[in-house]
Design a protein around this ligand. Sequence first.
Ligand code: GLN
Length: 193
Amino acid sequence: MLNIGVLALQGDFAEHAAVLRQIGARPIEVRKPEQLADLHGLIIPGGESTTISTVARASGLYEPLREFVTHKPTWGTCAGAILLAKRITGQAAHLGVMDIAVTRNAFGRQVDSFSTDLLIEGFDEPLRAVFIRAPIIESVGAGVRVLARLPDGRIVAAQQGHLLATAFHPELTPDKRLHTYFLEMCHQQRVVL
Ligand code: GLN
């Protein structure tokens, strides 16, 4: 069984943990550095990226987290994707490990939140994606694979080796395919603990 951490400082970590349990992984809510030790992967949930970053610094988690995401499977959803990005429009990066540029709150007021069917690379059927004050991935570096775009071409999911970023919230819909995909990434990069 894979131990998958869910960073549990702020945001919708409980929803991710519930999905992980449903697909046969062992979710571990991470609040302290030592809880990173025996994880096969980590999810950084949606919420408020500035708050998550501030609380991580205050609780001594920031540097251990940066070390973890540098080489172990990590999936950032929404605020989590912002935390992973190397470039954030108009502000300094947080963990800055993934070669993507993001813009926060990229959708206008009227569409602060919306859902839409997305074609994800490698998936047969579209996935219903929920966007909540979501970022957009403006551009990706050479080693980054784009996994999904909105109909207008804007990037909303990408992968760079052990790093996965989605601008939307797959933990808020019954479709578990993206969580299963991430577990598969963790399996492939599994190290014997
Ligand atoms: N707007 C949030 C931020 O910029 C992200 C929103 C979310 O995670 N749903 O951090």
